[in-house]
Write a new protein. Sequence first.
Length: 321
Amino acid sequence: MNRFFTISFSLITYDAIIYLVVAALMLAFYQGAGRLDDYGVILHSTVAAVIIFGSRLMWNIYRQIWRYGGIQCYIRLLLADGIALCVYLTIDELIMTPNISAAKLIALCCTNTLCALAIRMVYRYAYKCGGRNDKRGEISRLLLQMFTGGRVIAEPTPESGKIKIAIVGAGSVGVSLAEELRENPSSRYAPMYFIDNKKNKVGRTIHGLEVKAEDSADTLAEMREVGINLVVMAIPNMAAERRKELYNYYQRNGFKLKIYDYPTVQNAGNKRVLRSFEVEELLFRKAMNVLDDNTYNYYKDKVVMITGGGGPIGSELCRQI
């Protein structure tokens, strides 16, 4: 009984309306070569509906939470409807009278599946964009109201007080960070740009964020113009020399820097975190830990002078001792 109540009956209703419209268009109004009488239209519409919705129920399509659904949910729907189409074609060929052409059956099922996918994508997009403070956000909230009758609400998220950031690295790690920051209403950060050195990405957009060229004076000027003062590096496994080069470049131009290297570093709650640079990450070599028991006992209560303390080796000795 509990599993029964986890089914989304409102989604079944929407799918049923879509199916009735598609079936009416494909079987009743558009006759083509294989014309059906009223009995044939009702028979095929009913049999197809039972097979399609039965397959979707077996594949738990109506227990999915579509506002969080990813590609797996859409593939599951495609598989369910694909199996329904195969069953429908077999039944029509073997026992249905009158039967209709395979082309019309395929057109009916594919059109119905396409419309079902479309409303789910629109719903998910509306939920993701419902927190925006622009025209797109208003339209998204209106669509959510229509789809759910007010049961799912996305309040506009205030942008004031958020820290505007640019994300260095338009790869999978950087994109996942930007998507999470934009979807999380409690996030302190608002991503404005991606920055990347790959020419095939520069000038294009990812999730509505433009990819800017890395070594460009125009990029720096635009970052200052929109109020960006924090740069987040989201490139895992970056070489130390390259990391130091970027660090010096953005520091020299007045930007603060943080690192995002999920899933390498997580906090206690497995949340993704932005952290500051550590000294070891700016060295060209693996850091050596010299503070063991022997050195501790040797330097204890002594005043020492380290020559070359301004260099990478001397500064690391100063930090550890």
